[in-house]
Design a protein around this ligand. Sequence first.
Ligand code: PXP
Length: 239
Amino acid sequence: MRLSINVDHVATLRNARGESQPDPVTFALMAEEAGADGVVVHLREDRRHINERDVYLLRDLVKTKLDLEMSCSDEIIRIAGKVLPELATLVPEKRQELTTEGGLNVLDNMELVGNTINQLHDSGILVSLFIEPDLNQIDAAKELGADFIEIHTGVFANLVKEEEQIEELDRISIAAKHAKKLGLGVNAGHGLNYQNIKLFRELTDIDEVSIGHAVIAKALIVGVKEAVREMEALINRQQ
Ligand code: PXP
């Protein structure tokens, strides 16, 4: 399993004071130096955390892989066409939510999602769809020509009882296997942390996890490089 680091909430902290620090770009480069396999940012339509300056600078400086999370809006599709990230991950976006609250409903939005995938492909960008571990959503992602799915792990992350966590992991495992069989790459993320990753890392069909909040929170205490190294060590079963 590879590890990509989402730096959105470094920008949340920066924007809380309208200052230039802490800089999500610096955080991302330090995460790469510590061994992260990629950097993720969500350029939201309301720009509540990451802004265009961050995205363009990251495009110039990230050496591993830039994954741009985005909605299906025309404005953001245009920006993606200029930034040219290695991967664009399509996510649902609601104005009132604190964070992305669930997977994209591909089945109910075939035309919009299909058109967005086609435009991104025309720019040479690979596309991932952030969806629930649901076989029908995965089939729809395949039908529309997506290259990857990212399985929403928020439900798993919110469970406390181990038997319920294992049940949800089974659902994720079945979904990941199904997607692999269809030839899709399989990423996963949302709410993964230093505790629940010990169960999650047992899954065999996940190519990459995308983790933000837990690593940023830990970095405040132990520093960026140590926080990333600890997560890498957990994923690689060295801890
Ligand atoms: N993947 C997606 C699609 C997300 O929207 C987010 C949250 O921005 C993450 C992964 C990372 O979630 P977390 O910050 O809870 O680790």
